[in-house]
Write a protein that binds this ligand. Structure first.
Ligand code: GLU
Length: 374
């Protein structure tokens, strides 16, 4: 009896603690609750102020006919027009559009990434901005969101959203994805969870999410599953990111003006060793080798990689498999060669992390710790 009473009070304590921390709050808070209510107003009385930054992609795309679901022109519709096409958004938040680029996301490079990050950071500092939504092509959402996740210094929600079909297509997914992204960005439960990616009714962390299919709307996956769902206007979180992000990291977007060159070399049968030399000649400070399996390196590729390392270039063993951990000193003697392994970061995410890491250190031991930490 005594034990049951004890368990009951423990459960009550845990419930109130989780409510206070906001973990379970997502299911209770109204979708439009702002991050901070003005004095005298209840949280429900004020709609959140959300800035929607347009960068292009299919969510800004248009096709020649409604049956063009996969063949169309991306990055043509201005962000204000996209917002105006989803009038339901104005019921949940006060939104303001801002066009920073009008590009396919395959055209993102370091300069554009930095420009976007710095603008987001500037907006997040404004007291009248509660959250940011970024409309983005789906091809490289996983890189941009990981970069922002590691470099933004704010707890306010930042949500990256895209679509797989243009607004002109039958079964277009952009309108609902954008509506859901605004809901998530407006919800206090989304604070402190790092940069989020919302598509196809799901909320993912920018750290893990990756595009896995060229045309299906169900293309975004995280190896450990999404953090939550958006259903019928409700933001539902079930998990929180375990790895450090935003406020907890060692990078600040405001202090980064240039990213070092990091190359990804993709392994395949008969891979040409000259691709390593080419990366070195092009000024790569590190090479992420997207190796087969658990970071396996072909016998004829070991010497070229060792030669690059001897020239001061960092070598990161990654895997082209799409998920899983690359184990240090397993397929290759990393200690002996002074190489680094990626933990579970995909090659394109390892490129982002390595570029950021190299802004602070060139010590391979410190770099390895960074890969294991983030
Ligand atoms: N390749 C374009 C991009 O990433 C269109 C793909 C999309 O947005 O779904 O921006």
């Amino acid at each position: 009896m005594k034990r049951t009473a004890h368990l009951k009070s423990l459960a009550a304590l845990l419930l109130s603690a989780s409510l206070l921390s906001g973990v379970a709050h997502a299911q209770l808070a109204p979708a439009s609750a702002p991050t901070a209510a003005p004095a005298g107003a209840t949280a429900e009385a004020r709609k959140a102020n959300i800035v929607i930054i347009g960068t292009g992609g299919t969510i800004a795309g248009a096709g020649a006919s409604a049956t063009n679901t996969a063949a169309y022109q991306s990055a043509v519709v201005p962000v204000d027009k996209i917002i105006a096409s989803v009038p339901e958004i104005s019921k949940v938040a006060n939104v303001k559009g801002e066009q920073i680029f009008q590009i396919g996301s395959e055209s993102f490079n370091n300069e554009r990434l930095l420009k976007l990050g710095k603008r987001v950071s500037e907006l997040l500092k404004q007291p009248d901005v509660d959250g940011i939504v970024i409309t983005h092509g789906t091809d490289t959402i996983e890189e941009t969101s990981y970069f922002l996740n590691l470099t933004l210094k704010s707890d306010k929600p930042v949500v990256v959203v895209g679509s797989m079909r243009p607004g002109t297509a039958l079964g277009a997914d952009g309108a609902l994805n954008l509506y859901d992204a605004v809901l998530v960005a407006s919800n206090p439960a989304s604070r402190g969870k790092g940069t989020l990616v919302v598509l196809n009714d799901e909320i993912h962390t920018g750290r893990d999410v990756t595009k896995t299919n060229t045309f299906k709307t169900e293309t975004f996956r995280s190896p450990f599953g999404p953090l939550g769902y958006v259903v019928e206007g409700r933001t539902l979180f079930y998990r929180i990111p375990a790895r450090p992000h935003t406020m907890q990291t060692q990078w600040d977007i405001d202090k980064i003006d240039k990213l070092p060159e990091v190359a990804v070399v993709y392994a395949y049968g008969n891979v040409n060793p000259a691709s390593i030399d080419a990366a070195v000649k092009n000024g790569a400070k590190a090479i992420v080798y997207a190796a087969t399996g658990n970071g396996s390196v072909g016998d004829y590729m070991v010497e070229p990689l060792k030669a690059a390392r001897a020239k001061g270039v960092q070598i990161v063993r990654a895997s082209r498999t799409g998920s899983g951990v690359v184990v240090r000193n397993a397929e290759q003697p990393d200690d002996k060669y002074d190489w680094i392994v990626t933990d579970d970061q995909l090659p394109q995410k390892a490129r982002i992390l390595m570029a950021l890491a190299l802004t602070q250190t060139n010590d391979p031991k410190a770099l390895q710790q960074i890969f294991w930490k983030y």
